[in-house]
Structures are given as C-alpha cells and as structure tokens.
Design a protein around this ligand. Structure first.
Ligand SMILES: *Cc1c(COP(=O)(O)O)cnc(C)c1O
Length: 616
C-alpha cells in the first residue's frame, strides 16, 4: 500500500542553528531552531489569477506556525495551531535526522546504533509516529521493522502527574489535520490493544484507560509509554509515583521500562554567573575545580565550622541582598530593607505550588499584629514573590492581584509596616532569577506533596546558600536527605497522606475553617472588605475554591490542611535565623551539599541508564 497526500499545503522548515558553547569548551554543540515559511514561488496558480488575498492568507498561515511560544505551564490545550506547531517541529527534526544519518552512514537501518532520542515531556511526542511514517512511506521499510526501530531510539521523560497537563488531542482534529500520522497512531493503538487484551483480558475498564485512542482522544502519554524503550521520572519520589499511580498498570506490563533520574541545574550559570562573589569566596578556599567536578563542593563542609568563613559567607549574602534591592528600587520603585530576612517564593504561578498558602500565612501575621498587642516577630521579614501566570489562567491572575493587595495592606498599617513587607516582582524570568536567588535567605518550596515532579528552583536556592522551607515533595526529599534535618525545615502532609485523602475523598476544609480560628480569620480577609483597592467580590472565587470548591473538590491542594504546620515551621525558621552564625552554617552546608544537584550528574545518569553514549 502506498499513501498519497492531496490538497495539502507545503510549509518550509528553515533551520536556524544556535551554537551552545560549553564552559571553557572549543567544540560548541548545536541547538537547531526552526522557522516556518511559505516556499518561494508557491501557489503560482492563484497568483496568476491575481488572487493575492488567497496567496497572502496561505503565507500568513504558514508563518503563524512558529510565531508564538505557548505560555501555559503544566496545562494542555488541544488547539489546532498548537498541534500544527508540534507536528511542524517534530517533522522537521525527524526528516533532518534521517537525512543526516543516511548521508553519514548510508543505511537508514543502522539508525538505532547511532541515534538516541529523548522525548522531553509530551510536546515532541509526535516525533514517534512521524519517524515511523518516514521509515515506511519514504524509506520503504515494513511496519514491524519501522516500529521496532522507533522502540529502540525513543525514550520518554515524564514531567508532571497533573491530568490536565497530559496531552490528549481531540481525535477528530488530529485525524483531519494529520491523516497519515493519525493512521499510524491508529495502527500502533490497534496492535497495542492486542497486547492489552493479553495482559488484562478480564478488565475492559483498564484497557479503556491504557489504550492510545479512545473517547475521541489521542493520548500522547499512553503512546509514549507503549512505544518507548525507557520512561523516566525527574526525582526519586516522582519516579515512584509514576510506577504506583500515574502509569501503575503500564508498570505491571513493562516493569523494566521505568526509572527515575533526578533533575539538576548547572553550577556554571547558577553559581559562577549568578553569584560571582560567592564563586570567588569558594574559589579562594577550594579552588575552581567545582565548576567542572560537582563533587568538589563537598570540600566546603569543614569550612562550616570556621567563624571567619561564616562571616565572609554572610557578607556575600548581604551584598547580594543590597544588589537585588538596588535593582528592585530602580525597576519597580519598591524599597527593600537588606537587613530584613528575605523569604522568597519564585516559580510559575500555579495552584499546586501554593502561593496562596504563603498569602494566607501573611494574612495570619497581619491579623496577629493588628489584633494582639503582644504579637511580634524576632526579625523583620520581606516576603518576595516572583511568578508568571499563563494569560488564560484566571485564578492564577487573581492570586497575583491578591499578593499586590496584601502588599498594600501590610504597608498601610503602622504595626505591620516595619515588621513585614511584601513585594511582587514583575516579569519573573531567568535574568531576574539570577539576581533574586543569590539574595534569598529562605527558599519557599511548599507545593502539595505529590504534585511537584522535581522542581529545580529548590536546587538553585540551595546552591546559593538559602535554607529550604518546604514539603516532602519532588526533589525537596533528596535535598533533605543530603543536608539532614538540621539544615532544612520540612512541614506538612506527605505524598501518601495526601493521596489517601484524595482516594477516600475524605478531606473537609470547611471543618478546619469552622474549628480553627487562625484559619478562619486569615481566609475571611479575602472577602471581608479589609483588602484595599479591590472590589468587594474580587476574591470571592478564591474564597469559594478553598471552602466549597469547583464541582466536588474544595481546597484541592490542601492549603488549609497544611496551614498550621506551615505557620509552626515558619516560626521555627525565623527562630533559627536569630542565631546568625548557626544560620549561616546551615547556608554553607546547603551550598556544600548541592553538588548532587548538578546537571552534570543528571546527564551522567541519563547516559549510563538510557543513552549509553561514549563521553568525549
Ligand atoms: C528555575 C526556574 C523555574 C523553575 O522553578 P521551580 O521552583 O522549580 O518551579 C521557573 N522559572 C524560572 C525563571 C527559573 O529560573
């Protein structure tokens, strides 16, 4: 059988190669970016007829493909243009890889000996059926050979367990836009169903969940797990959750497929480039080998007992706080006090990351200061938020508005004004992160346990000597294992406890609200008219989501459940901060323990467990 395309539009993929130059390296790697263009001299027919409008429409459509970077984070929208964009990028890349391989090695059949591909989250998952399409339609291979080759070259890294982020395309859109690729996915699905019947012959419901195409959905996660050689999570906890929950039944079928490789960050950017003063201090004591060899950072440990080193380390932190304060004053006209504790939550705005828990805690402090003459904090604290919300994520936008309202509230009251300050830093991006993270004393990593696959912000803060206040989630668990309980502040429900409540649907946040005065007084501030400059019903939705919920689940991310533990943990952190040498020691031990979270270690593990490449 051959396949003939009709009435298609041709789009040209134009490569733009960006050299990625490694540290002190002479052989840059290549990052190939693609732009979509209209082929020159296209559609002469309509041009000749003078149909400029039609021609311009086609040009516009082609160029629209690579125009935008979709801003959603941990969320999937099954939009037509997005599917086009994903396919365009996957197809250009696969065509290029096959062509290069044939040019260098002559025979497409040796591809799995020379090429390994990592499907990094689901965005490039269409590369799998696209490679099979090229091998069959253009290289003349049979189904079994093409499918077997795909199974040898592809691996899949899962990045989230959130259902709304697992890409599933509406089947009718997929089929009409990519008919040939659809036919290939349908064939994979059909054959995979056969294996599912063998593995779970009694259980139609299970097969229904594990199949690739069903209920007008093309489920890309199921496709990846069915086809790929290895499937990995990005922290040890996340890897376990993939095996026991997200892909539990797949794990029964393919126990050897699943693994976990903890994420990492590069010390070249997040220490040397972002924090030159700390880099110099470290260099003065243990040399600069840590830039290439992450295990070298361990040599800082003995220095955590040297008062002189602690004083220098604290001085670096102070200079970084001053540097941040100067930038924030210049850019936003906000004055920060470098002598206060910098408590930072910087990450994408998402309900599971629980910026709202931090806000409720600040409202609790406000209530304490304004309602109780004896209420005090041992040190002034600056609460810094930085976060981008996806444009269509209405509730996330609402939380940003709330943060700004709470900032205005605490600034307006004489008792809170000097004790706590709140600032929302605009336009959170890597440049701001490079300024902000070296200036942090406390790193807020307070996601609902089981939801943050790994986190990498947590690692950047740790490397820069901030102390983590966090839940046992993602890579926080491994930070805890490395620094020990004296050098991290852990609070709240664990992933197992959260999951049990979810499964049993047993959590009743309204009961906590009714029984716990601190919670009730903090949550009530959202709607009782206290907040300045907002309409009376501005935060009604947030209030309602905590107590009554959307559809069935109230307080889906267990903010009120963890509230008391969080408040208590914050008190402990602040008490620890008042003993400055002891606090600085914790910071030093965080930096010294951060070597494991180097991306160099991560890459080594991918190489050893999955790619099997020879290092150069
Ligand atoms: C590291 C980083 C993130 C990821 O932060 P998490 O806390 O792991 O979610 C997001 N945005 C920017 C700009 C970063 O530098």
């Amino acid at each position: 059988m051959t396949c003939e395309h009709r009435d298609y539009q041709t789009v040209l993929a134009v490569p733009h190669d960006m050299p990625v130059i490694g540290f002190d390296s002479h052989t840059p790697a290549t990052l190939r970016l693609w732009r979509a263009e209209c082929p020159s001299g296209f559609d002469l027919h309509s041009f000749n007829k003078g149909d400029f409008v039609c021609m311009l429409r086609q040009k516009e459509l082609a160029e629209s493909i690579s125009k935008v970077l979709y801003p959603q984070d941990n969320h999937m929208t099954g939009r037509m243009l997005r599917l086009r964009q994903f396919y365009f990028l996957a197809s250009a890349t696969m065509q290029c890889i096959v062509r290069e391989h044939k040019k260098r090695f002559g025979d497409v059949r040796t591809l799995p000996e020379k090429v390994v591909l990592q499907i990094n989250d689901l965005h490039p998952a269409l590369a799998i059926p696209e490679l099979i399409r090229i091998l069959i339609d253009e290289e003349g291979l049979g189904w079994d050979d093409a499918y077997a080759m795909a199974g040898r070259v592809f691996n899949y890294t899962n990045h989230t367990v959130m259902q709304e982020a697992l890409a599933a395309w509406p089947e009718h859109i997929f089929r009409s836009m990519l008919p040939r690729v659809y036919a290939i996915v349908a064939e994979i699905s059909e054959r995979f169903n056969g294996r599912l019947w063998q593995a779970f012959s009694q259980d139609r419901e299970k097969i229904d969940q594990l199949t690739i195409i069903a209920h007008d959905e093309v489920r890309m996660a199921n496709l990846c797990v069915a086809v790929c050689h290895r499937v990995n999570g990005v922290s040890q906890l996340h890897g376990r959750i993939l095996k026991t929950r997200t892909f539990r039944d797949f794990y029964v079928m393919f126990p050897g497929k699943f693994t976990a490789i903890t994420n990492g960050i590069t010390q070249r950017r997040w220490l040397a480039a972002a924090n030159p003063d700390l880099c110099k201090l470290i260099n003065d004591h243990i040399g600069d080998k840590f830039l290439r060899d992450y295990s070298e950072l361990e040599r800082l440990k003995p220095l955590a007992d040297k008062p002189r080193f602690l004083a220098d380390f604290a001085e670096v932190k102070r200079r970084n706080k001053l540097r941040l304060a100067e930038q924030v004053a210049k850019q936003q006209g906000i004055v920060l006090d470098p002598d206060s504790v910098f408590d930072v939550q910087a990450k994408r705005l998402h309900e599971y990351k629980r910026q709202l828990l931090k806000v409720l805690h600040i409202l609790f402090l406000y209530n304490g200061f304004t309602g109780d003459a004896g209420f005090a904090l041992p040190r002034p604290v600056t609460f810094l938020f930085a976060a981008k919300a996806s444009p269509a994520y209405w509730r996330a936008k609402s939380i940003i508005r709330l943060i700004n309202a709470v900032a205005a509230l605490v600034a307006s009251h004489p008792r809170t004004r000097d004790a706590i300050r709140v600032a929302f830093l605009e336009n959170y991006n890597v440049s701001l992160a490079e300024r902000l993270i070296p200036a942090a004393d406390i790193s807020e990593q307070i996601s609902t346990a089981g939801y943050e696959a790994s986190g990498t912000g947590n690692m950047k803060f740790m490397l820069n000597g901030a102390v983590t206040l966090g839940t046992m989630d993602g890579a926080n668990v491994e930070i805890f294992e490395r620094v020990g309980q004296d050098n991290i502040f852990i609070f709240g429900a664990g992933a197992g406890e959260i999951n049990r409540m979810e499964t049993a649907n047993s959590y009743r946040p309204k009961d906590l609200f009714d029984q716990n005065e601190d919670i009730r007084d903090a949550v009530s501030r959202l709607v009782d008219g206290t907040l300045p400059g907002v309409a009376a019903d501005q935060f009604q939705d947030l209030y309602h989501s905590l107590l009554f919920g959307d559809y069935d689940r109230a307080d889906r991310y267990f903010l009120l459940y963890d509230f008391d533990a969080y408040r208590a943990a914050f008190e402990n952190v602040l008490a620890a901060y008042t003993d400055e040498p002891a606090w600085t020691k914790k910071g030093v031990l965080n930096t010294a323990g951060a070597g494991f979270f180097s991306a160099d270690r991560t890459i080594e593990e991918y190489n050893r467990q999955i790619w099997g490449l020879r290092p150069v």
